[in-house]
Design a protein around this ligand. Structure first.
Ligand code: HEM
Length: 234
């Protein structure tokens, strides 16, 4: 069994499972965040964010999510390093005239998954410091602003919409979302292949699912940030 996790297919298997798990989280996260757009009073989003904050199931899922991100990152680094080493050996064998190993099937996202992942992680660190850390640990005066729900419900809406009035902060979200979109475009398709769910008939269907997931998630997060920013200008 330990051989499986260190084998080439085992590593890709872990990448696929953790990747699909992170996608499920992102779908839930986008659904909650979309309430910022549906209800401009912020009440819906504040209630949803509060529910996510105090829900016992979410508290259990959070460390699993963190482990998922870390495993995904470690295995991505190992696979990329090993591929790089293999490629260097192949180039050396082919001679100096054939520098790039670009097959007809490979596209830009598939060749740059690690770089796209690095952009997403950089975005994530900025994101967590500004929202997660403040909500869970440090607090922020904006969170103390009164909400329609009253009581101990934090004003997450005030915190988020205040940040999204800063153009360069919104820019970070747009860049992060584009990287997420391209990363998922190849990632979803690749995960289905690795898990063996992609024969010739299903290949096109999974391709469409990959495009849908990447556009909805990447586009959705960018849209929310841009929506709040444009509204603040009107
Ligand atoms: C419009 C865009 C987004 C908004 C408004 C937003 C908002 C938030 C907020 C308010 C929190 C703190 C929740 C809490 O502590 O209760 C949070 C946490 C988090 N966000 Fe986002 N987010 C956005 C996009 C993203 C994206 C694109 C990713 C991943 C690539 C992401 C990943 C996370 C993670 C991993 C957490 C911590 C896990 C948790 O909820 O406990 N978010 N986000």
């Amino acid at each position: 069994m330990s051989n499986f996790f260190t084998s080439s297919i085992g590593k890709k298997f872990i990448m696929s499972l953790t990747g699909l798990f992170l996608i499920v989280f992102l779908i839930i996260h986008l659904t909650v965040n979309s309430m910022i757009v549906w209800d401009s009073s912020g009440e819906l989003f504040n209630r949803a964010a509060h529910f996510m904050d105090v829900n016992i199931a979410i508290s259990i899922i959070e460390p699993i999510l963190a482990i998922g991100v870390i495993l995904h990152l470690i295995y991505a680094s190992i696979i990329t390093l090993q591929n790089q080493l293999k490629r260097n050996v192949n180039y050396a064998a082919l001679g100096r005239y054939k520098k790039r190993d670009v097959t007809k099937e490979s596209n830009w996202p598939s060749r740059n998954m690690y770089i796209l992942g690095a952009v997403i992680i950089t975005f994530l660190v900025i994101h967590l410091i500004n929202f997660y850390w403040k909500m869970k640990f440090s607090g922020d005066p904006l969170l103390e602003e009164a909400t329609a729900a009253g009581g101990n419900v934090e004003n997450a809406f005030a915190l988020v919409t205040n940040k999204f009035q800063i153009w360069w902060y919104v820019g970070i979200y747009v860049i992060g979302s584009i990287a997420l979109c391209l990363h998922l475009y190849h990632g979803v398709w690749s995960a289905f292949q690795t898990l063996g769910w992609s024969n010739r008939k299903w290949r096109n269907i999974f391709n469409v699912i990959g495009v849908l997931i990447s556009v909805v998630l990447g586009g959705g997060f960018a849209f929310i940030a841009l929506f709040v920013y444009i509204q603040s200008l009107i």
